[in-house]
Design a protein around this ligand. Sequence first.
Ligand SMILES: [Zn+2]
Length: 126
Amino acid sequence: MATPLKQQFPLPAQTLIRRGKCHDCGGPVQWLTSKSGAVYYNCYNSSAEGDPCQAHHRVGGRGSRDLRRAYLVASGEIQPVKIGKPADAQKSPVDGRNENQAPAPKKEAQTPPAAKNGGEYAEYGI
Ligand SMILES: [Zn+2]
């Protein structure tokens, strides 16, 4: 069974993944990890009039996993993994060839040419 997304590249809760801008008000926010591993931010900025933004954004399972992995790669704790072809696919296809061949096409059956003088009913005079 595959490892659930939440358990891939685990980080402690409240880890600062990155700093960014709030999607709603544009103010600076901190992207943090939750206890379950999800990446989120809460916006505590307020407008010039003092109205609080109170935006809350939560990244989904796959996006959170990718952000945690990118954080670990950027911090040097893990190495990025190159995804290559399987070992079998790197072999030349000629090496895997066997002696089997497609059957030769059948020759057209030789049909006797129709009699030029009369047909199959010639004996009846038709
Ligand atoms: Zn905001």
